[in-house]
Design a binder for this molecule. Structure first.
Ligand code: AKB
Length: 317
């Protein structure tokens, strides 16, 4: 059967770029983008788009039947900072949307699921440097708790019902074309915009707060590669550690100064500092590299070149 894709949460930070790449890879007619709101953007205007509430099982089931969907990418979620402000809704959205899709696969209505996890599954008792695939996991954020529980359910549905669900633990994601969506790592997107528009930036994380990060192109590549990998190569059914680079606000500031020598940076840590302090500084992603051939293309240096090149060409031209 040909691949027919439904993306839930297609207008978000990852969904927007994922939709574009999936349409280019599988054909516009084979990718159905959906989100709770209909924006005036490329996701809505450049292909098939449906309004869908990720918490409505019947709506999702109806779309799956209408379009003969085989693969679902469930990208709808509340991220770490937003989730702390609305814990009950974050839990509801992050968990029940996953259950809907897992149950649709269990019922044989779809063949494959992609569900994103995060470095937020780790907590303050996890080894912070080169965090292993298997280690202590005691997340202290609502978002992290929902992702950790989601991972356990993914593994359970695979083991009990043979549901082909695949997942990666995204680090902080940096993109020039889409806004960050309420996370603790968002400063690393805003800093590039402010370097161009104002020449100065105030970071909501302290200067030595080191976190794992990734350029969006690498994250999209990983997402599509894990979904295209032969089933037998996917040996981990909770979620794979995934890494590309780690840096502090001070280090990204120094990289930016290579392009904008007069750029200034100061620090006013807020409630997100506590979240960042509970997460790893760097990640060991050997399993993803060995099992399905993951390899990043971007580090801090070439990502910064790409960010400024694209922001100047497409946004601030
Ligand atoms: C966040 O900061 O909440 C996200 C994440 C690391 O999952 N970017």
């Amino acid at each position: 059967m040909d691949t027919k894709i439904l993306i839930i949460g297609a207008c978000g930070q990852i969904g927007t770029e994922l939709t574009k790449t999936l349409r280019a890879t599988y054909g516009v007619e084979n990718v159905i983008a959906s989100d709770i709101r209909k924006l005036n953007n490329d996701v809505v205007n450049d292909g098939i788009f449906e309004v869908v509430n990720a918490l409505d099982y019947n709506q999702i089931e109806h779309l799956i039947e209408q379009y003969n969907i085989t693969d679902v990418y469930l990208m709808a979620a509340l991220l770490s900072a937003t989730a702390e402000k609305n814990p009950a809704f974050a839990w509801d959205l992050n968990m029940n949307s996953l259950f809907h899709v897992l149950n649709l696969a269990k019922a044989g209505k779809i063949q494959k699921i992609f569900w994103p996890s995060s470095i937020a599954v780790f907590g303050p008792t996890t080894p912070r440097h080169n965090t292993p695939q298997y280690t202590i996991m005691e997340p202290t954020t609502v978002y992290g708790i929902s992702k950790q529980c989601g991972e356990r359910w993914c593994e359970y549905y695979y083991a009990q019902y043979g549901v082909d669900v695949r997942s990666i633990r995204y680090p902080g994601l940096i993109s020039w074309s889409t806004e960050a969506g309420g996370g603790t790592t968002d400063y690393a997107v805003d800093i590039y915009h402010k370097a161009i528009t104002e020449g100065t930036f105030t970071s909501f994380l302290g200067k030595n707060s080191e976190l794992p990060m990734m350029y969006m192109d690498d994250a999209i590549k990983a997402t599509i590669e894990i979904m295209q990998a032969p089933k037998e190569n996917i040996k981990i059914r909770s979620s794979y550690n995934l890494a590309a680079m780690s840096f502090t606000p001070k280090q990204i500031g120094e990289e930016i100064k290579k392009h904008y020598p007069n750029f200034t940076l100061d620090y006013e840590p807020d409630f997100r500092q506590k979240i960042a302090d509970s997460w790893p500084a760097s990640i060991d992603d050997t399993s993803a590299r060995e099992d399905w051939g993951w390899k990043n293309d971007y580090d801090l240096e070439n990502m910064t070149v790409e960010m400024f090149k694209n922001l100047k060409k497409h946004i601030y031209n």
